[in-house]
Design a protein around this ligand. Structure first.
Ligand SMILES: C[S@@+](CC[C@H](N)C(=O)[O-])C[C@H]1O[C@@H](n2cnc3c(N)ncnc32)[C@H](O)[C@@H]1O
Length: 207
């Protein structure tokens, strides 16, 4: 069942529509491409990739769908509508990925770009465990995690109401290891959003 805080997230991204993409275009120094390449360089063509919180599908779903069989998941019907238009060669689902279930051992990789800082943080431990179960043996998980010690924040963001939640990098790493992941790369990276510096923890982990 979808958590009411996650409903706030979905309604917020629905209301934002094109505005989120315009805001994203003004980010300077976003390391997402480098991290995506750390994942894609380790996968073979045709690998099954699940993307959690794919948004409008640009740029990451588009990049992944050039070589892989991609399933993108997002809670916002409006963002999924845009994604289906921009990336016709991927499959998309409107769903809460924190409540979704997939077949065990079904994906060679799971990727999440800037979506996990919207997940109520007490759900992360269980979610990491389920993601690991969806992966094949040696499957990969790439994720950009929030870094603040924030149980929950609701407020105005990009002209709408939004929810954020996160643990510190030390806790994030421990939860991933407790779920059984081996951390191949684990770095805290800052860059410039239009309003100022933003910091995320990027992790590439192996089942
Ligand atoms: C900051 S946007 C990032 C979108 C895209 N990955 C990108 O990097 O441009 C976060 C996205 O994650 C989605 N999201 C957050 N929590 C979610 C959840 N529990 N289930 C599904 N989608 C979620 C939001 O709807 C939104 O589209």
């Amino acid at each position: 069942m979808t958590d009411p805080r996650t409903r706030i997230v979905g309604e917020g991204y629905d209301a934002m529509g094109e505005h989120f993409a315009e805001w994203s275009d003004r980010i300077v120094g976003d390391p997402r491409r480098w991290w995506a390449e750390q994942l894609t360089s380790r996968l073979t063509d045709g690998a099954r990739v699940l993307e959690l919180g794919c948004g409008s599908g640009v740029p990451d779903t588009q990049l992944l769908a050039e070589r892989f069989r991609v399933t993108g998941v997002d809670i916002s019907p409006e963002q999924i509508r845009r994604a289906r238009r921009s990336v016709p060669n991927a499959e998309f689902l409107v769903a809460d990925f924190a409540a979704a279930e997939f077949d065990p051992g079904h994906f060679e990789a799971v990727a999440a770009f800037y979506s996990f800082n919207h997940v109520p943080r007490e759900l992360l431990a269980g979610l990491f465990g389920r993601i690991r179960s969806w992966l094949v043996t040696d499957g990969l998980f790439l994720v950009a995690l929030g870094t603040g010690d924030t149980e929950g924040w609701v407020g105005e963001w990009l002209g709408t109401t939004m929810f954020f939640s996160s643990f510190t990098p030390e806790t994030n790493s421990r939860l991933l290891e407790d779920a059984g992941f081996e951390l191949l790369l684990d770095e805290v990276v800052s860059f410039l959003e239009p309003e100022g510096e933003a910091t995320f923890q990027w992790v590439l982990a192996r089942r």
